[in-house]
Design a protein around this ligand. Structure first.
Ligand code: FPP
Length: 254
């Protein structure tokens, strides 16, 4: 098999990739196993893709690990997922440190179980000096909630006179989001064949290229990541301009 990595143009990589890791449950069911088994196997893909992104030089990787809607799953599955998150971070934190990966969490942090908050906070602190890949875990995350919270912050600033209505710009809005420290993703990958955004980074994905693959998350490997990158590099990112404008633009485009 050709190693797709050799075909990826390292000068035209997205700076930020966001992934909806979908299909763990179906993957497990297809093997006659409990859904939770799929989540366990999904962790192997997480490790592989974090590794792959770090190696190739991606600066930001956001993984949708748990949505606010996921709280509605059967209690046993929610508990298993929380336990898996805690155990995975506990086990991996030394490697994250060694591999220069910096961990961040976005979402409703306070809604996570105490043990999960503690483990995440420690790992965030332990990796805070790292300068390689920024690994952003979306946990108990909802883009609509994030947008509402940002809107409330801005409304309060306007009400108190700290901000004029005309000064509410995209930049100001961006600064009030969970992702204020990160650039917007240029590429969003969703595994397992669903073609929805499912309340993920609704503001930040405005200009992202969307890549959907039928591969279930537990089967997603580095070669699948390279396939997505090659697909991304074949696309012309126009940001509302015409193709002719893009080709004659002196500025390099990605
Ligand atoms: C979606 O598959 C996956 C999740 C809701 C959880 C993702 C979590 C992991 C991969 C493990 C922990 C992650 C980290 C970062 C340590 P699904 O259950 O919705 O699958 P289905 O659509 O087939 O039911």
């Amino acid at each position: 098999m050709t190693d797709l990595l050799t075909m990826v143009d390292r000068t035209r990589l997205p700076e930020h990739i966001a992934i909806i890791m979908d299909g763990n449950g179906r993957w497990a069911r297809e093997r006659g196993q409990d859904r939770v088994y799929g989540h366990y196997e999904g962790v192997i893909s997480v490790r592989e893709i974090v590794d792959g992104c770090g190696e190739i030089g991606i600066k930001y990787l956001t993984l949708y690990a748990f949505s606010t809607e996921n709280w509605n799953r059967p209690k046993a599955e929610v508990d298993a997922l929380m336990e898996l998150l805690v155990n995975t971070i506990r086990k991996e934190v030394d490697d994250l440190k060694k591999n220069n990966v910096r961990l961040h969490v976005i979402g409703d942090f306070a809604s996570l179980p105490d043990v999960c908050q503690k483990e995440m906070s420690e790992a965030i602190e332990l990796t805070a000096m790292n300068t390689g890949l920024n690994l952003i875990l979306a946990l108990s995350y909802s883009a609509r909630q994030e947008i509402l919270t940002a809107t409330r912050k801005i409304a309060a600033m306007v009400q108190s006179g700290a901000l004029a209505v005309d000064d509410v710009t995209e930049e100001v809005f961006h600064r009030c989001l969970n992702t204020s420290d990160f650039p917007d993703p240029e590429l969003m990958i969703r595994t397992s064949g669903e073609t929805r955004i499912s309340n993920f980074l609704l503001f930040q994905l405005a200009y992202a290229e969307l890549y959907f693959t039928p591969v279930h998350w537990p089967d997603f490997r580095k070669q699948n990541l390279y396939e997505a990158l090659l697909d991304y590099q074949r696309r012309e990112r126009r940001f509302g301009k015409t193709s002719e404008q893009i080709q004659t633009d002196s500025a390099p485009h990605v």
